[in-house]
Design a protein around this ligand. Structure first.
Ligand code: 5GP
Ligand code: ZN
Length: 115
């Protein structure tokens, strides 16, 4: 989708600081980090959000996101100290970009529950 920011990052149209990559997914540092490490992991294919990954795609898309997220967490030194994986979905979930993405947050103690 040419009007989607994250599709444009996948295509290289918009630059991003890459943190990892696989056949199905791309990881890059968030522009407005909420923690010392804040990486977004996205599918290369456009899905609007969690609700848009139907049964046909779920076995391919979700493992790709979680596999790359955990690899990036390991690579960036978060595996022992801990980290959080978050998918904001829809208005109440706080989703602001309409291309599915997994947040990897770490490097500080994170509050729970979220506000
Ligand atoms: P959401 O609020 O949808 O869960 O998360 C969207 C995230 O994308 C936000 O944390 C925001 O800072 C990040 N973001 C929005 N536009 C860009 C961009 O152009 N580049 C990067 N690297 N991050 C972005
Ligand atoms: Zn997109």
């Amino acid at each position: 989708m040419s009007d989607c920011i994250f599709c444009r990052i996948v295509s290289g149209d918009i630059p991003a600081r890459e943190a990892g990559s696989s056949d199905e997914a791309l990881a890059f540092h968030d522009l407005n980090p909420q923690a010392p490490v804040h990486v977004l992991v996205i599918p290369r294919e456009h899905f609007g959000g969690a609700n848009d990954v139907g049964p046909t795609d779920s076995e391919r898309v979700w493992p790709a996101l979680f596999d790359l997220a955990t690899a990036v967490a390991q690579e960036l030194g978060l595996a022992d100290s801990g980290y959080r994986l978050v998918v904001n979905s829809g208005t109440d979930g706080g989703q602001s970009v309409g291309h599915l993405h997994l947040h990897v947050l770490g490097g500080r103690r994170l509050a729970w529950p979220p506000g």
